[in-house]
Design a protein around this ligand. Structure first.
Ligand SMILES: [Zn+2]
Length: 126
């Protein structure tokens, strides 16, 4: 499945351009049609038609399209190239950043510290 995601990812900058030649776009789509299953390609093209990314890069456990943290179990399974993953928030296909592909078994960056403790302390002082 990683080859499918890589194929979609390489064509994405060209297909997302509004000023690109329609004949060349159709040729690129026909090229993808030979490599990618029809339902996957249809979802990908639907996302691009809505001015969104079809494939988002996940860095530090965060989706590159919607900037929402991906669940830890999904982040770990992104390293497995045998499956396709969709962002639960924005619906785009997810691909792990190349620099993180071998280190995805470790936990992503920790969550930011909650502010609630700070507020309690501020009230106690006042
Ligand atoms: Zn997302």
């Amino acid at each position: 499945m990683q080859t499918i995601i890589d194929a979609l990812l390489t064509k994405q900058p060209f297909l997302a351009r509004k000023d690109a030649d329609q004949v060349q776009k159709q040729a690129a789509i026909e090229d993808l049609r030979r490599k990618v299953p029809a339902p996957v390609l249809a979802h990908y093209l639907r996302l691009l038609a809505c001015d969104r990314r079809g494939v988002a890069i996940v860095r530090n456990g965060v989706c590159g399209e919607c900037h929402i943290r991906v669940p830890h179990a999904m982040y770990r399974s992104l390293a497995d190239p045998a499956d396709l993953h969709l962002c639960e928030n924005c619906g785009c296909y997810l691909s792990l950043a190349p620099e993180e592909r071998h280190g995805a078994t470790k936990a992503p960056a920790p969550l930011p510290v909650a502010r609630r403790a700070y507020r309690r302390r501020a009230l106690a002082v006042a």
